[in-house]
Design a protein around this ligand. Structure first.
Ligand code: ZN
Ligand code: ZN
Ligand code: ZN
Length: 370
């Protein structure tokens, strides 16, 4: 999705208002999602410096390698483009726009250290903070077009999940890596532009939340956690479903019922005005009451948008309230080391009318026979 110039102009105005609130003089955006969110341009993550210099009071300038300048869609209402040639010093170009007096600067969280350290040498009187203090809360609130893009990506991921749950993707006898590749291929067939990850964790590996799919063949009578997502028209999908190969033992059914109840309750709790940590607590308290508290070893969720993980984080300690337009995962898990594990994940948007789950794939424990 290429944002309209008017949408970008609104974002830039919001950024300037927040800079003013926080006392930031200049925003410096290099790698990461802040730059495309604000300009529509994604910098190449290479050794040459790309940096948008956005002063509070004057016009923004995009300092960019000359050989990449043709990739920029010109938006002169929003920023000018200053290409630099191979023998130019781009750090000097940036400091030329920033100015040498004492400044409060906010710089992209993902700026290469190479450039940040060089900038700090050139601007010894300035103070620094990360750009996410300015952009994080703004980017976390999705506009209608962004929610539509997230919804479309979630629907595409749902189609892959439905194939998995119905047994349309064979598991038994195949390696985790093979199934992972198939999930990725199906994400692309369903409309994604890129696959970001496809975790497949069978048997005891299911107890490792971020397991790297490997050469272990999936057997009969195992829990298999599948967590996959990609990027579609710039926005990310992320879904987890857990299936069981064959008839699940009572003990696993019980564990899964606790998990599904906790996940549904946390989705229902994700209402405008409720704090992020309260949503986490809803899932955690139910899992803890069932005796699995120490087995839920990660936060309940993360924001999602241009990046797979961004603000807001549903985690104890985050007192920020949900606001309409927040998009985030709700993904509790229960992991029993050496045995099995399970996780259920949906992407949810907080709206004035209550939580809207973008993922619709079935939550019941799926039993697959092949
Ligand atoms: Zn994860
Ligand atoms: Zn996930
Ligand atoms: Zn996730």
């Amino acid at each position: 999705m290429s944002p309209t110039t008017s949408a970008l102009a609104a974002r830039m105005a919001a950024v300037r208002a927040r800079m003013s609130e926080l006392g930031i003089d200049t925003l410096l955006l290099s790698l990461g999602a802040d730059l495309p969110w604000l300009t529509g341009y994604t910098a190449m993550p290479l050794e040459r410096l790309t940096m948008l210099v956005l002063p509070l009071e004057t016009d923004a300038v995009l300092v960019i390698p000359q050989l990449e300048a043709a990739r920029v869609q010109p938006r002169p209402e929003l920023f000018s483009v200053q290409p630099w040639a191979e023998t130019d010093n781009p750090v000097r170009l940036v400091t030329g726009v920033v100015g040498r007096s004492r400044r409060r600067l906010a710089v992209s969280d993902r700026t290469w250290a190479t450039f940040l350290l060089a900038l700090q040498v050139e601007l010894p009187r300035s103070t620094w903070t990360v750009a996410s203090t300015v952009t994080g809360p703004l980017r976390a609130v999705k506009d209608d077009d962004e929610v539509a893009a997230l919804r479309a990506a979630a629907a595409a991921a749902d189609r892959v999940a439905a194939d998995l749950l119905s047994g349309g993707i064979p598991l038994i006898g195949r390696t985790e890596a093979e199934v992972s590749r198939e999930l990725g291929d199906r994400l692309v067939s369903a409309g994604h532009d890129a696959v970001n990850f496809a975790i497949v964790a069978g048997g005891p590996n299911a107890a490792s939340p971020h397991h790297e799919p490997g050469s272990r063949p999936i057997g009969a009578g195992e829990a298999v956690v599948c967590d996959f997502g990609g990027t579609m028209a710039g926005y990310c999908s992320d879904i987890t479903r857990t299936v069981f190969t064959g008839d699940p033992p009572e003990e696993f059914r019980d564990l899964y019922a606790v998990l599904a109840g906790a996940q549904a309750a946390a989705v229902d709790a994700a209402r405008v005005g409720t704090s992020c940590q309260a949503v986490d607590a809803v899932a955690r308290d139910l899992i803890t009451a069932a005796g699995y508290g120490p087995n839920f070893i990660h936060r309940t969720g993360h924001g999602i948008g241009l990046e797979e993980h961004e603000d807001p984080y549903l985690v104890s300690g985050n007192r920020d309230p949900l606001v309409a337009g927040h998009a985030f995962s709700v993904e509790p898990g229960i992991y029993i080391e050496g045995r099995w594990g399970a996780r259920i994940e949906d992407i949810v948007v907080a709206t004035g009318a209550g939580p809207s789950s973008l993922n619709q794939a079935d939550h019941a424990l799926a039993v697959v026979e092949s």
